[in-house]
Design a protein around this ligand. Structure first.
Ligand code: SDX
Length: 428
């Protein structure tokens, strides 16, 4: 392949370097486009063809259904390591030695309490508040109680902010769920593993001994690994662009949580369950929802289907679908919702509308079935996605800061009114 791309405008040719990544992906470096052409820019709504950065964290191939974190396949990681090791891998680039992992966990545990005044903010929310709005607010509020986490230019200061958010966000997640359930807040137990402690803080009842269920711990650990990073998705791009202004890590994560809340993004896992329950209430009439999804005049989409990048099976969906069967069987649960999901998937994969558009189940299609089996409230599904995505957001934010990326500031093509004279109010 040649080392440059040529663009011709009004008979004049402009050359731009071609950059090739380690997986042989090719990009046109248009950094000099506007200055070389006297103002011409590119336009790419939704950035479907535009790279925002170079990154060494996650590689995915949407055509082949490949997903790797720092070069390790998602299939291997989901089987062989735990969520805390994957967190370390994503952020620091290597799987940790036992000593590194133990120190990492100790540093996180040392930060896994939150200022009691955070409760006053939590108490101010109505029980009806969506937990994603609460979590986004409380994560941003953490800055007020940890001001040293804002101006972090050294790797050491970044590390301190990183272990703080990894220690504190699970507490905020558990407290949010318990506040909505009218349960007393639980402080967790430092003798437990990272994921064990999340479940304990979420589910321990004040009046009885909490007993860990290994099936639930392993299921959640796997789900969190599968959600941990996904290159430049909407919420990660949000974290990077907010962080590029040198806003603190907590403020950047808070912005990412807000982006993930959207039903086209992380909010889809809750929307999938609501859709499957509506189909169940309709007597399992999947055909009605399939035709709604294909009707251009109907805003309804088949939630949990389609993806900006995957034009093949989302590898995470394959793993989660298998895990859903295993978890429900191990728990002795026969959930009709799973059968409806499988029926809908089969129909969609045989329907020309979905086949032509290469719409396959994505990470959100089956995850809710497992969260439901774990008695996690439906409104908390996207919060579980956020806890899973936290390492990826941190890793991408840290990479952007260490590479000293410039502040993100896209251009635009103006299509509004040209210059016109002021008209006095009496003459309008
Ligand atoms: C996540 O980016 C990431 O990596 C995200 C994520 C991550 O890990 O961070 O993987 C997590 O967000 C997964 C996606 C969860 N969202 C949903 O399940 C919501 C339902 N899906 C769609 O809204 C949609 O597929 C998107 C938003 C996911 C992707 O949309 P695109 O890439 O902008 O695709 P598009 O809207 O241009 O659709 C192309 C065509 C259109 O039809 P035509 O105009 O060509 O006739 O496919 C249709 C769309 O109408 N289409 C769907 C559909 N998804 C796309 N039609 C019905 N149901 C759907 N779900």
């Amino acid at each position: 392949m040649s080392k440059q791309a040529t663009i011709e405008i009004d008979g004049k040719k402009y050359e731009f370097p071609l950059i090739t990544g380690t997986e042989n992906e090719v990009a046109i470096d248009i950094a000099t486009l506007r200055s070389a052409t006297g103002g011409v820019i590119t336009l790419d709504s939704g950035f479907k063809n535009t790279g925002s950065c170079e990154s060494a964290i996650t590689f995915l191939d949407g055509e082949k259904g490949i997903l790797r974190y720092r070069g390790y396949s998602i299939e291997e990681l989901a089987k062989k390591v735990d969520f805390l090791e994957v967190t370390y891998l994503l952020i620091f680039g290597e799987l940790p030695t036992k000593a590194q992992n133990d120190k990492f966990h100790d540093d996180i545990k040392a930060q896994s309490t939150v200022d009691e005044d955070i409760k006053k903010i939590l108490e101010a929310f109505p029980k009806t508040a969506h937990p994603m709005g609460i979590i986004s607010s409380l994560t941003s509020a953490l800055t007020a109680f940890n001001p040293s986490s804002v101006n972090v230019n050294s790797e050491e200061d970044m590390y301190k902010a990183i272990v703080k958010i990894l220690g504190k966000m699970p507490v905020l997640v558990a407290w949010t769920m318990r506040k909505k359930q009218g349960l007393p807040l639980d402080y967790g137990d430092d003798s437990l593993g990272y994921v064990e402690n999340i479940l304990k803080m979420m589910f321990a009842k004040p009046n009885c001994k909490y007993v860990q269920n290994k099936i639930l711990v392993d299921a959640l650990d796997k789900l969190l690994i599968l959600h941990a990073d996904h290159e430049q998705n909407c919420s990660t791009s949000t974290v990077r662009i907010v962080g590029s202004a040198h806003a603190g890590l907590f403020a950047s994560i808070s912005a990412g949580i807000s982006a993930l809340w959207g039903p086209l993004h992380g909010g889809a896992n809750q929307a999938v369950l609501e859709m499957l329950q509506a189909i169940e209430a309709d007597g399992g009439d999947t055909k009605k929802y399939m035709s709604k999804a294909k009707d251009k005049n109907d805003p309804f989409r088949l939630m949990g289907f389609g993806h900006r990048v995957y034009k093949n099976f989302d590898p995470r969906a394959k793993i989660i679908k298998k895990a859903a069967d295993e978890v429900l069987e191990a728990l002795g649960i026969d959930d009709p919702i799973l059968a409806i999901a499988k029926g809908l998937e089969k129909e969609a994969l045989e329907d020309p509308y979905f086949v032509e558009r290469k719409l396959y189940p994505n990470v959100d299609f089956y995850s809710g079935v497992i969260y439901r089996a774990m008695n996690i409230p439906q409104e908390m599904f996207t919060v579980m996605f956020a806890i899973g995505r936290l390492p990826g957001w941190i890793a991408q934010w840290r990479e952007m800061r260490l590479r000293k990326e410039p502040i993100g500031r896209p251009r635009q093509l103006y299509i509004g009114e040209t210059l016109r004279p002021y008209i006095d109010v009496d003459n309008r």
